[in-house]
Design a protein around this ligand. Structure first.
Ligand code: NAG
Ligand code: NAG
Ligand code: NAG
Ligand code: NAG
Ligand code: NAG
Ligand code: NAG
Ligand code: NAG
Ligand code: NAG
Length: 527
């Protein structure tokens, strides 16, 4: 036996005897976190729609509703608006964006799908043909909704792109959409152009320089034909990069490589980077790694320089398409309670780095969805269902609820991360013009259905004297649960998507320690 394996055996024995000796008691660690009572210098402003949604365009008509609104989807968007006063922003696009053509006589949308397979259970359409009513369905969104619409650049057809852009602008100038107070925030022309060589849309020589030349000429032509070059035009979401940094496709080159000096580039107000924390094809994925505090920070700080440079150039920086694992998510991880914990830490961490918004990508039947907006005829793993699975929210949606309530509906807000000595406990504080407004505590230690023994607790002392706080908990059974969560005692897994059950929170003195269990999130609101 080698020295190292005898040491591991020794450690194993110690752990074993410890767990036997204390089998009945809960493992509790205590930490103190200092919470500044006023916003620290340099704390970033946060948008109330920090957590926004990206919807794969092929099935938009089902999300929104074509002849009448999809009330389930509207209700779950409205729940978020109740907390922040602003509905999530919606980006409609993704791969479908570059597969879309326009036909004025088309019904809402006419799609061609490749056959489903075990590795692609809910495939994306290979061809989407839309007519005017496709864009007009925007009228069903909650009042105050701002939208970003994708336009096809991938097939390099200016006629098709112009028809799409005209139809989008027409829809948003119609009285139906105007009366609904739904507005067009930006157009996005092309999705992940850095991947066009791989998707066989462009020759292997296609590099960033070629992209700038082609895109700016294309957009100049489309914008003058469709009439969005004037002062009243929507801005553009720029770059929308996937994750290929070769051939010069980087945000830094987007800022300094001549793009912004072109007439089309001058319409760009927001730089968009797509990011998934992992991929369905990158080997073994573990639930604990998804929520891991250090790994989340590693994923996001990789963009720090880009965010700083973008803000310095006077533009906004969005994660314009994001989620847990690219390729529609990993079953039993992306749709587990782990994704709710991940979403809270990931979104708020991004906010502290200066990200304006994160657009969590959703399609119909994808494992990583926050929302399944219509009934599914087969399970997420592809098993045909006798009784369709009704529209419902998935665990990640609860993460969005937590963030929305944390952000609240003040006229302005800044965020700071609280420094802690723990690898599994993260905290953030939010400040409004009247001072400290809320704190969220995230315990990202897994507590899986395979874990035996009692649930570890971290007891957190914030050292705030003379204040009262309202305590609200995101209750999770086990980290790998795929349903049955509750937010302040209320379930959102209801037929209509509206909260069910009685709201349950507790008011306590702020000098009291707060227990946060493994895989639990606690929101503290200060009076
Ligand atoms: C309409 O939406 C905008 C956001 O686009 C919002 O600022 C405004 O308050 C809304 N108006 C009404 C009457 O709700
Ligand atoms: C470009 O789009 C137009 C309008 O949909 C269509 O009529 C035309 O066939 C397309 N051109 C090509 C080369 O696909
Ligand atoms: C991002 O997180 C995943 C685990 O969820 C990890 O495998 C990967 O290494 C992280 N990436 C970075 C750049 O830290
Ligand atoms: C997901 O979890 C369910 C329920 O535990 C199980 O039956 C199924 O085999 C799991 N699927 C995968 C792909 O892990
Ligand atoms: C389920 O089947 C019905 C009837 O065939 C169909 O209209 C609906 O689009 C299907 N739903 C999904 C999510 O595929
Ligand atoms: C903000 O939310 C609180 C409840 O959290 C509500 O009482 C208040 O009316 C809201 N204010 C606005 C301007 O929406
Ligand atoms: C907590 O206090 C607030 C006022 O500070 C009050 O509106 C609320 O009802 C209280 N909640 C509970 C659960 O006692
Ligand atoms: C925190 O958890 C510990 C261990 O289970 C328990 O003894 C203590 O009463 C809890 N404190 C509160 C305020 O619930």
């Amino acid at each position: 036996m080698s020295l190292s394996s005898s040491i591991s055996l020794f450690l194993l024995l110690c752990l074993h005897s410890t767990s036997q000796a204390y089998a009945q008691s809960t493992s509790t660690s205590s930490i103190s976190i200092s919470v500044p009572t006023a916003a620290p210098n340099g704390a970033f402003q946060v948008s109330p729609s920090l957590v926004s949604l990206s919807i794969e365009g092929d099935r938009w008509a089902e999300w929104a509703g074509s002849d009448s609104p999809n009330t389930f989807f509207i209700n779950v968007l409205s729940n978020l608006k109740t907390y922040t006063g602003t509905p999530p922003m919606l980006r409609v696009g993704g791969d479908s964006e570059d597969n879309t053509n326009f036909d004025p006589s088309a019904t809402s949308d006419e799609d061609v799908y490749p056959p489903a397979s075990p590795t692609n259970i809910f495939p994306e359409a290979s061809s989407v043909v839309v007519g005017p009513s496709y864009y007009a369905s925007s009228q069903y969104m909650p009042s105050g909704t701002q939208m970003i619409w994708g336009v096809n650049f991938g097939t390099d057809n200016t006629t098709a792109a112009t028809l799409e852009a005209e139809s989008i602008l027409g829809a948003f100038q119609s009285s139906a959409v105007k009366n609904a107070n739904v507005s067009l925030h930006l157009l996005e022309i092309g999705n992940e152009p850095d991947r066009y060589v791989l998707t066989k849309r462009r020759p292997s020589s296609y590099d960033f320089k070629a992209y700038v030349a082609e895109w700016s000429a294309f957009v100049a032509q489309v914008s003058s034909a469709a009439g969005f070059s004037g002062a009243n035009s929507p801005g553009l979401m720029g770059l929308s990069l996937g994750h290929i940094t070769t051939a010069g496709f980087t945000t830094q080159n987007g800022l300094s490589g001549g793009l912004l000096q072109t007439s089309a580039g001058k319409l760009i107000t927001t730089m968009s980077q797509h990011h998934y924390q992992g991929s369905t094809t990158s080997g073994i994925a573990r639930i604990g790694d998804l929520m891991d505090k250090k790994l989340i920070r590693g994923n996001l700080t990789a963009f720090s320089d880009d965010i700083t440079a973008t803000r310095k150039a006077g533009l906004k920086y969005d994660l314009g398409e994001t989620n847990t694992y690219s390729g529609h998510g990993i079953l039993n991880i992306s749709n587990s309670a782990a994704s709710a914990i991940w979403l809270v830490d990931y979104s708020l961490q991004a906010a502290t780095l200066g990200v304006e918004r994160l657009f969590f990508h959703n399609g119909i039947g994808y494992a990583y969805n926050l929302i399944q907006p219509v009934a599914l005829n087969k399970s997420l793993s592809g098993i045909p269902l006798q009784t369709p699975l009704a529209a419902h929210v998935q665990p990640a949606y609860y993460g969005a609820l937590v963030v929305a309530e944390f952000l609240g509906n003040s006229s302005s807000r800044t965020i700071t991360e609280l420094s802690t000595s723990s690898d599994t406990l993260a905290g953030y504080a939010l400040y409004t013009p009247s001072g400290l407004s809320s704190v969220v505590l995230i315990n990202s230690a897994p507590f899986l259905s395979s874990t035996s023994g009692s649930r570890p607790i971290t007891s957190v002392n914030l050292g705030l004297a003379g204040m009262t706080m309202n305590v609200k908990r995101l209750a999770i059974g086990r980290t790998d649960d795929t349903s049955g969560l509750s937010w302040g005692g209320q379930s959102f897994e209801t037929v209509a998507g509206t909260p069910g059950g009685t709201l349950s929170t507790l008011n306590v003195s702020a000098d009291q320690s707060i227990n946060v269990s493994a895989s639990e999130v606690v929101l503290l609101k200060f009076a």
